[in-house]
Design a protein around this ligand. Structure first.
Ligand code: MLT
Length: 414
């Protein structure tokens, strides 16, 4: 008899964003005429920029010719891309990361989900609440938690991110081994300064812990003093792995490309207490389970860093951030407290004691606007919703107008 992994029974039946998509589809089927504007899942809406398309085409053209055709590439990514990333994203910002510490992949969702495989099942995990569900769900699947009770899994150290602490996780009271951090944060959009990150790096060093740092939204940082990488913090190379993505930075949600930085200094310990290289472990895992990102996609990713690519990608991000400004101003004008939207495409709105799913339903049915209910990100999100800035300017203006009308009965449309 083939037995199932019982840990899957502990999970909610479906993944948050699949749940929302299903609800929206059902509503659309019942109301075929209703106009729906999606500010829920953080999926980009703008086309890949011309420089990226040019890189992509070059890659495709090379595949069309025997002389330049490529079969299997290096699993860790082509050197041209790893060198470009190491220089632009790290070395030019004073972070000493080398090309061979970069592992190119098909995105940060897979990497943040897969990385936990390298650790023992009985390690102690610290996870923020609210949180991107992938970190938690993949640890549930791996058996690192107990049952789900009253909105939380037993056995996890949750770090509440609330208004009272500026939506920043605080050091846990008990000693933990693995810490998930994400800045700019998904879902709250909050950011951490260098001094705030240093506290975590120091903690990890003192406690022989490891930080998994998700920086998928770093391109949205507007305040120059904020760190874009954890490696801008002294000592982080010994205790942190960083995840990056081209999805939101350059519109690659459908193209798929990201990377993970595993510094050679990062060590874990075997059951005898001996040091093991995390870089060697991830390399072993990556080369065994992954055959590399397609060559044209890596050419397209490299083009993100070309002179034209940088300008064009920045313009798109500025446009999304202009949407974020409009959303922030609208929710503030309606009397809601919020965080985020200043260095992040997400605005985390306090639903004023409303249940987040009820508020989601209200916005969908009364305004035709899809948001993400905060409860999907954890117990601390039960009275929040997340609004994403990823849509066209026209749609965001229309959505905000519909939101105002639904909540106040007044419209600003002429
Ligand atoms: C989100 O909306 O949180 C993201 O789009 C999910 C993801 O990047 O996988």
């Amino acid at each position: 008899m083939i037995r199932a992994n019982d840990n899957y029974n502990k999970l909610k039946a479906s993944y948050l964003f699949s749940d929302i998509a299903k609800k929206v589809d059902e509503y659309q089927q019942k109301n075929p005429g209703a106009q729906i504007i999606r500010l829920g899942i953080g999926d980009v809406t703008r086309a890949l920029v011309p420089a990226v398309i040019k890189g992509f085409h070059q890659g495709v053209d090379e595949m069309a010719n025997d002389a330049t055709f490529r079969g299997y590439g290096p699993e860790q990514g082509y050197d041209f891309l790893r060198q470009t990333i190491a220089k632009n994203d790290f070395q030019d910002r004073g972070a000493d990361i080398s090309a061979d510490e970069i592992f190119v992949s098909d995105g940060a969702k897979c990497d943040t989900g897969n990385f936990q495989e390298l650790f023992a099942t009985d390690i102690k995990l610290a996870i923020p609440d609210p949180v991107y569900p992938v970190y938690l769900d993949t640890n549930v699947m791996a058996g690192r938690t107990g049952e789900f009770e009253d909105g939380r899994y037993n056995g996890i150290v949750y770090m509440d991110c609330l208004k009272e602490n500026n939506f920043l996780p605080r050091l846990p009271d008990e000693s933990v081994d693995l810490i998930y951090l994400c800045f700019p944060n998904n879902p709250t959009g909050s950011t951490a300064t260098k001094a705030e990150l240093k506290v975590w790096v120091d903690y990890a060093k003192e406690n022989k812990a490891l930080i998994l740092f998700d920086a998928a939204y770093e391109a949205f940082i507007r305040e120059e003093t904020l760190p874009r990488s954890i490696y801008e913090i002294e000592g982080a190379k010994e205790v942190a792995v960083e995840f990056r993505s081209f999805s939101k930075t350059a519109g690659f949600t459908g193209t798929r490309c990201g990377f993970t930085v595993v510094p050679k200094e990062c060590m874990v310990f075997n059951s005898k207490g001996e040091k093991i290289s995390l870089h060697a472990m991830w390399n072993r895992r990556h080369t065994t389970k992954f055959n590399g990102v397609s060559y044209p996609v890596q050419k397209a990713a490299q083009a993100v860093y070309s002179e034209e690519g940088k300008v064009q990608v920045k313009q798109q991000i500025d446009d999304y951030m202009n949407n974020a400004d409009i959303i922030r101003k609208t929710v503030a004008s309606l009397g809601f407290d919020y965080v985020g939207g200043k260095n992040s495409p997400y605005i985390w709105v306090d639903a004023k004691d409303r249940d987040s799913w009820d508020f989601f339903d209200l916005l969908l049915t009364k305004a035709g606007v899809v948001c993400t209910p905060g409860a999907g990100f954890g117990k601390c999100g039960r009275q929040y919703i997340r609004i994403s800035a990823f849509n066209s300017l026209e749609n965001v203006i229309l959505a905000m107008d519909k939101l105002k009308e639904a909540l106040t009965g007044r419209s600003s449309a002429k």
